[in-house]
Design a protein around this ligand. Sequence first.
Ligand code: NOJ
Length: 569
Amino acid sequence: MTTRTEKQYRWFHRASLYQIWIRSFADGNGDGIGDLYGVYEKLPYIRDLGVDAIWFSPIYPSPNADYGYDISDYKNIHPDYGDLAQFQKVLNRAHELGLRIIMDLVINHTSDEHPWFLESRKGEDNPYRDYYIWRRRPNNWNSIFGGSAWAYEGTRGQYYLHLFAKKQPDLNMDNPAVREEIKSILRFWLDRGVDGFRMDVINFISKREGLPDGIPWLPAINGMMHFKDGPHLQEYLSEFRSVCREYDRDIVQIGEGPFTEAEVARRYITGRKPVMDMMISFDHMLADCFYTEYLHRPFSLVSMKKAFTHWQNTMADKGWNTLYLENHDHPRIISRYGSESWWKESGKALAVSYIFQRGTPFIYQGQEIGMTNIRLRSIRDYLDEATIQNFERFFTKDPMDKRMNRIYHSSRDSSRTPMQWSEERYAGFSTVLPWFSLNPNYHAINVEEEERDPESILKFYRYCLALRKKSRTILYGDYREYEPGNRQVYLYERSLKDNHCLIVCSLSKEPARVRLPEAYRNRKVRRMLNNYEPMSLFDHLDPERYPTEKLPEKLLLHPYEARIYQIRY
Ligand code: NOJ
């Protein structure tokens, strides 16, 4: 049961967020690369979607070994994307439009081209010697991107730890000087007016003392028990939170915590001294694969529902959830948990499956128009390090078409193709050849087209976000799942006092049947939404004008049909 009073909710509880992966968002200066000039032009589009904040994946200088998640200067803007003056212009304009700005804070590691690392590798008498994790003899940990997590550095004659790519050395957070650097980075951006941080792999920043060996036979994650949710994590996060508290505005901190259990995430958010405002959950991303493709298996709706409900229940009282289906680390959701043959229906049903849960919805660029996975001809056309490593490491004996098929299903590059703005040349993303392959379906799937179509996925997202914000029941109400074993339909209810919303969502290519909860059978209800009916029936957002109907005991649903009913009892 929700224990907060309405007054205790903060801005981000009511908000929804739009994630920008800038390189592929919009090119404003005609060099084929997305940038802050493009973002500036598109701010009204983002505002009109009905979101309240933008989360920028890293926009700092970076050699791009991991596309921005390898930072070489925390206090600047990558020259490909603009400069600090242009950033300020975007931030000020966003604020004028009522959009807050959230920065990505990547502090588990830097780039190996960061000046701290360039100094640190020089030797043990260098002032930066303890900024990173150096050993004469490595332990047996594997890197999450494949191979050993240690690389030899000839100048210093030692190995350094890199939990991700070789070009991403892990910082030594146990060193107080490193933590002071982080605080100074936080202040740098807070002084410029940003509204919060999404903190990258934040649950990995404190490693167990002595760095003991991990389980030898586990593949990519064998040392995880020694660096996930480590011994000093709470303490370090608390130091960083104090910096955010120095400011007189309400700063949000969103933690990315790969594999952190809901119960642990809850402690970060609701403990005696909370250190985070919400944590990004990963469990529902395991309903088929995580981006390491060796886990790939067919999508199971039952396991996705189980993960959703577990997080909803665990966060039910003082906790809060992030709600998302897509980001730059995962393939596109229609190709993944929906169906390209039921493109529009499944795109809409997936939106309904998560936006109406209790939490803050995130929408990743292009998701709102139903962008789908790309199928590049050869592995050489892919750029993402994790994709290439997966290709080289797993199922290497399979025939090539099978191996490529796995890449189509799992690659992070599918969500990194340029945003499809129009059917013009280069999809309206740029006036010149873009830095990365465009999905050839941009002729059919693009913003301009969806602005014209009254029944588009884009219009549907706008409606869903507006409806969520208008309904206190959906914003704050309790969550309850029904029929958890139904393999085709996700059925959940949101309730506040005597007001109830029932969300019925088929994620099946076949017609589906679902039993309704007792309280709804043979009762007159209002229909707030149905993705098989014209949007004009609903988008006035006036509860008195919603169509009414009397519900039977069981509903028969079309493929990927989604409905929302409202009732008082
Ligand atoms: C999580 C980020 O979302 C991902 O893109 C990146 O590769 C890793 N952290 C390492 O920074």
